[in-house]
Design a protein around this ligand. Structure first.
Ligand code: PLP
Length: 394
């Protein structure tokens, strides 16, 4: 199949499909740790990389490869590497592109663990870092050092729904010889393709929109060029950050409905964001589909749709946030996002509670901020649930 000539939905269904000798219509789970070699030369060719067949599942596996090819096609990349989780994708990127003494610049409100492993672990091996508001490109320029090697951004970012201009970052990265890696988890390839905007590497927590059914943890990295792919694949394989064939099977099934799920979730998110914006108990709403979003114009330029992630600030602050969380009946009080069910959480008391308040506020994560991952239920029922939970606050 010519990957780039088919439409997104066609690739979402068919890209990466391997129809085996039994004529399976869908990709089977190749639940095997090892593969039989035809002869000594076949083994030698596999080990030397002259044959890209299958040798050992930590390195590659047919079910996993099918997933890698599908997401690569959706991201318009050269090749993909599936990993055991989104965090093993992040770790693979850090290990591949950062040596002792190197410096990374990243989004201040990047996913908590992406920041935590840098501050707690990579720092132990002499890696330096700066966290800045990457939605302001000047802050990136000011943070540059002679040893900066990696620009690692998340857009829209979590949970502030701030956008970073990928094209501007790509220009900066080219000028200063940096690798630009983009966490595209919040948008999915359905709404945003960072490689087309100049990024070198795009990655996802597959756990979220790509799988979409809250039953898999996984990650994937896609590169624009062959060289970076081989560097990343070597780290993934040697470190054992591989995805399991059963995980890949579930993710393959989930991705096939990505655009249909997102369309409905976006429609719901738009209605809910509009309702929240008019609510007297809400100080502000951050949703890229609302003209009130500070980066509405950038969202329209960079994304094909505003997505289904939004956050809003309750006027009653921290206490109001906790009270509302305790009163919800339909929206599930849970971390994660991008699934068919609506998930809600209060970052100040939950995911970002460990960050000192001053730091948290600096990153835009205010006391009454609530993050909503809008699902596929009826929008009216989600609104009714929020409305009844809001009755707990003034
Ligand atoms: N990136 C973002 C934006 C996330 O939201 C998450 C998880 O919530 C991750 C990365 C890490 O992914 P995982 O939980 O699959 O390891």
């Amino acid at each position: 199949m010519n990957k780039k000539k088919k439409g997104f939905n066609t690739r979402m269904i068919h890209a990466g499909s391997i129809h085996d000798q039994f004529g399976s219509a869908i990709m089977p789970i190749y639940q095997t740790s090892t593969f039989i070699l035809r002869n000594a030369k076949h083994g030698a060719d596999l080990f030397a990389g002259r044959d890209d067949g299958f040798l050992y599942t930590r390195l590659s596996n047919p079910t996993v490869r099918s997933l890698e090819e599908k997401v690569t096609s959706l991201e318009n990349g050269y090749a993909g590497i599936a990993t055991s989780s989104g965090m093993s994708a992040v770790t693979t990127i850090y290990i591949t592109f950062l040596n002792q003494g190197d410096h990374m610049i990243s989004t201040s409100s990047v996913y908590g663990q992406s920041r935590m492993i840098m501050e707690n672990h990579f720092s132990r091996f002499g890696v330096e870092y700066s966290y800045v508001d990457t939605s302001d490109t000047d802050q990136i320029t000011r943070a540059l050092k002679p040893n900066t090697r990696l620009l690692f951004i998340e857009t829209p970012s979590n949970p502030t729904i701030r956008l970073t201009d990928i094209r501007k970052c790509a220009a900066l990265a080219r000028k200063h010889h940096l690798i630009l890696a983009v966490d595209n988890t919040f948008s999915s390839p359905c709404l945003q393709n960072p490689l087309d905007l100049g990024a070198d590497v795009v990655f996802h927590s597959i756990t979220k929109f790509l799988n979409g059914h809250a039953d898999v943890v996984g990650g994937i990295i896609v590169t624009k060029e062959e060289k970076l792919h081989h560097q990343l694949r070597s780290v993934m394989g040697n470190m054992g950050f591989c995805m399991d064939p059963h995980q890949a099977f579930l993710a393959l099934r989930g991705i096939q409905t990505l655009s249909v799920r997102l369309e409905k979730a976006q429609e719901n998110a738009m209605k809910i964001a509009g309702w929240l914006e008019k609510n007297k108990k809400v100080a502000f709403v951050r949703y890229p589909g609302l003209p009130s979003h500070p980066q509405y114009t950038l969202a329209r330029k960079q994304m094909r749709g505003p997505g289904s992630m939004l956050s809003f600030e309750l006027k009653g602050g921290f206490v109001a946030g906790e009270k509302v969380m305790n009163r919800l009946r339909l929206c599930l009080l849970a971390v994660s996002l991008g699934g068919i069910e609506t998930l809600i959480q209060h970052p100040a008391s939950m995911t970002h509670a460990a960050i000192p308040r001053k730091e948290r506020l600096k990153a835009g994560i205010t006391d009454g901020l609530v993050r909503l991952s809008v699902g596929l239920e009826d929008a009216e029922d989600i609104i009714a649930d929020l409305d009844q939970a809001f009755s707990a606050i003034k």
